[in-house]
Design a binder for this molecule. Structure first.
Ligand SMILES: [Zn+2]
Length: 232
């Protein structure tokens, strides 16, 4: 995966242009695909749920848990179903949201910012949650997208085992491709439970990643975008 954007840690929820480096050269060209095997979808969801349920039961048993216990016996199936149908459902292209666009009848040609989109993902290194907010901006090239569809795109790519850098790029690439424009910005500010609930146990830090394309490579546009994010 090539990631030429920035990753920075901030302690409080505010952004400034000084925190963002100019990244106008050396742009990535490759869409950062989630590493999937070719046979990823050769078996059905139900077959996956059955298999994962068995494996998870083994894990629980190995940990010494009593699977006969009333409270625990349904857990393997519950976890397997949650993996396949919910938190990792974005691995399957059949779950990709269908996006319809509308004509930009109002000829609105300034940036549209949708901020504070709830983001729930899972870290692919530890399989524990990444919780944060995504902030998206674009400038219409003639078509506009239904606002809730932006949330759906964020959710779709978040519902995979992820690293935040790749997630940021995947959302930006998808928006550029759907909206037929380069003028897209994506900023994600998220806490990683693998950092806060274990390991260094840093409960205050969050990780910010940003991808700026098209006119958002200009400092003035970025400043405007960041200003909207800081406004209430
Ligand atoms: Zn992790």
């Amino acid at each position: 995966m090539k990631y030429n954007g920035i990753t920075l840690k901030v302690a409080q929820n505010s952004f400034s242009i000084e925190e963002v480096e100019d990244q106008s050269d050396d742009r990535f060209e490759v869409i950062p695909e989630t590493p999937l095997r070719e046979d990823a979808f050769d078996i059905t969801d139900e077959e996956k749920i059955n298999a994962i349920s068995g494996y998870f039961k083994e894990i629980m048993q190995t940990l010494g848990l009593d699977l006969e216990d009333d409270s625990l016996k349904g857990t393997p199936n519950r976890v397997a179903r949650m993996f396949v149908k919910e938190i990792f459902s974005g691995l399957n292209p059949k779950n990709k949201p269908i996006i319809s666009l509308f004509d930009n009848k109002y000829k609105y040609n300034q940036m549209l910012v949708e901020k504070n989109i709830a983001l729930y993902s899972n870290c692919e290194h530890h399989f524990v949650p990444i919780i944060g907010k995504a902030h998206i901006a674009y400038i219409s090239s003639g078509k506009v997208i239904g606002l809730s569809k932006i949330n759906r795109i964020v959710q779709y790519y978040a519902q995979r085992p992820q690293v935040q850098e790749r997630l940021t790029l995947q959302i930006a690439n998808e928006l550029k491709s759907i909206l037929h424009t380069e003028d897209v910005a994506v900023l994600i500010d998220a806490s990683h439970l693998c950092v806060s609930s274990r390991g260094v146990k840093d409960t205050d830090s969050s990780t910010v990643t940003a991808e700026y394309c098209g006119v958002f490579l200009e400092a003035e546009r970025r400043r405007e975008f960041l200003k909207y994010l800081n406004s209430k």
